[in-house]
Design a protein around this ligand. Structure first.
Ligand SMILES: [Cu+2]
Length: 160
């Protein structure tokens, strides 16, 4: 008897789950479109940026992991260039010198979900780009787009 009933039960369960997943994916893609649109608008305008010109971030629930963005005699670089974090933490990229952004390239993060969108550019010393850690456990590559070829790249390892 039990063996006879269970297939229909699990079928119902799977259908409900996939409907939910579809709704979530739809919501996520709408969110991505909205974020992409606003960052394009900001870089296209290229007017004086407000010091706090960043995408709205969720309320931080964990630690803040600070990474400096630097241009000096030794080049353009993130410091440190390798960090670890946990889901709910915030990566805080603080501009020290130069003009930089933060981009978790999808092409360089195969199979990653919930990657942060490409940031706008930080141009004022002290300006911070805050990136909530929304990705699952794993190691993720990020770069500054104009300086990636010059070695301005880094990795964050998200711990489970
Ligand atoms: Cu840079």
């Amino acid at each position: 008897m039990r063996a006879y009933r269970s297939p229909s039960l699990s079928f119902t369960h799977v259908r409900t789950a996939s409907t939910l997943l579809g709704a979530l994916l739809l919501a996520a893609s709408l969110l991505l479109v909205a974020c992409g649109g606003s960052s394009l608008d900001q870089s296209a305008g290229n007017t004086t940026p407000a010091p706090s010109a960043q995408p709205a971030a969720p309320i931080p629930t964990g630690n803040i992991v600070t990474i400096e963005m630097i241009t000096d005699d030794s080049g353009n670089y993130f410091k440190p260039k390798t960090v670890s974090a946990r889901p709910g933490d915030v990566l805080r990229f603080v501009l020290v010198t130069g003009v930089h952004n933060v981009h978790f390239l999808p092409d360089s993060n195969a199979n990653a979900t919930n990657l942060p969108p490409m940031s706008t550019f930080a141009q004022l010393p002290g300006q911070a780009i805050e990136v909530p850690v929304t990705m699952g456990a794993g190691t993720y590559y990020f770069q500054c787009d104009p300086h990636a070829m010059l070695g301005m790249v880094g990795h964050v390892t998200v711990e489970p």
